[in-house]
Design a protein around this ligand. Structure first.
Ligand SMILES: [Mn+2]
Length: 297
């Protein structure tokens, strides 16, 4: 098992130079999985170039409301309608540069992506949203959600009242730990089961990336080690270094972590061996490991 990381980037909005700088800072390896939270387009100067760059680099991108708008405008224009939006002039410049390949790429941007217990969306979830069963319209709504009313329903930011709250603050982890963009914060916003990483680069602040450790597709080895160390401090340290001892203590491990299968133990221990005590872990969050949070300004 190779050490792999999941690197998630906040709203880029055409800030291509900052995005390239951030990727460089991440010191990418071929095992890394990169994902953009969406809104790579609109607002910024180089939004078309950002789209081309992401297509060329083949970086998975969640569909944001500001990416989706290009599909909507194209549908309107194809139908012979006139677009009256006050912000249309800037969008039109980018729209004019787009060909079928670009539209296809946007069309293929998913509304969410899941890796184990980690879910990436652009905006937010209503209380009733189930990502697996949601229809296209519901999924499209997730790109625009920041606040919910007291019933847990989407409410436009301009209509919020004191009983409304940020969706992430009442989110209950039913879709795993969520990393999202869309709503601008000065610093990454940490809720109990979610992390907002749109830090408003296009508005003069900074672009943020969060790096997760995803060593194994089913079991997060480092958090496992963390749990082990807490539960069986002395035993574990010896077990992880001497495979013979593992046999003795195997039942203790499996009793507590049924997810472990005997045939996986060897490779898991091999991997555990590769983690030094000096491993740079920023923090443990909901069973996941954040290795680092990077910024580019
Ligand atoms: Mn945005």
């Amino acid at each position: 098992m190779k050490k792999s990381r999941v690197i998630i980037y906040g709203d880029i909005h055409g800030c291509l130079d900052e995005f390239i700088a951030l990727r460089k800072k991440a010191k990418l390896t071929k095992n890394d999985i990169e994902i953009c939270v969406g809104d790579i387009l609109s607002k910024g100067k180089k939004d078309f170039e950002t789209l081309q760059y992401i297509m060329k680099e083949n970086i998975l991108t969640i569909r944001g409301n500001n990416d989706d708008i290009f599909l909507r405008y194209k549908r309107e224009l194809d139908a012979g309608n006139i677009i009256k939006s006050k912000n249309y002039a800037k969008t039109q410049q980018t729209l004019n540069k787009m060909g079928s390949e670009e539209f296809e790429f946007i069309q293929n941007m998913p509304f969410f992506h899941k890796i184990d217990n980690l879910t990436i969306i652009h905006g937010g979830l209503e209380l009733r949203t189930n990502l697996e069963t949601a229809c296209e319209e519901e999924l499209c709504l997730t790109t625009r959600i920041a606040y919910l009313n007291s019933q847990g329903e989407y409410i436009k930011e301009k209509n919020i009242t004191p009983d409304c709250s940020l969706w992430a603050d009442s989110y209950d982890a039913r879709e795993g730990f969520i990393v999202y963009g869309h709503h601008v914060f000065d610093e990454p916003k940490e809720s109990k089961y979610a992390l907002g990483i749109d830090t408003g680069c296009v508005f003069g602040n900074k672009l943020t990336a969060v790096i997760f450790d995803m060593c194994d597709s089913r079991v997060n080895l480092k958090s496992l080690r963390y749990i082990f160390q807490n539960a069986y401090q002395r035993v574990f340290v010896r077990v992880s270094r001497e495979l013979n001892l593992l046999k003795v203590n195997y039942s203790t491990f499996t009793a507590h972590f049924t997810i472990l299968k005997s045939e996986n133990i060897k490779s898991i221990i091999d991997d555990l061996e590769n983690f030094t005590e000096e491993a740079q872990v920023l923090k443990y969050i909901n069973g996941l490991i954040i290795l680092d949070i990077l910024e580019a300004v």
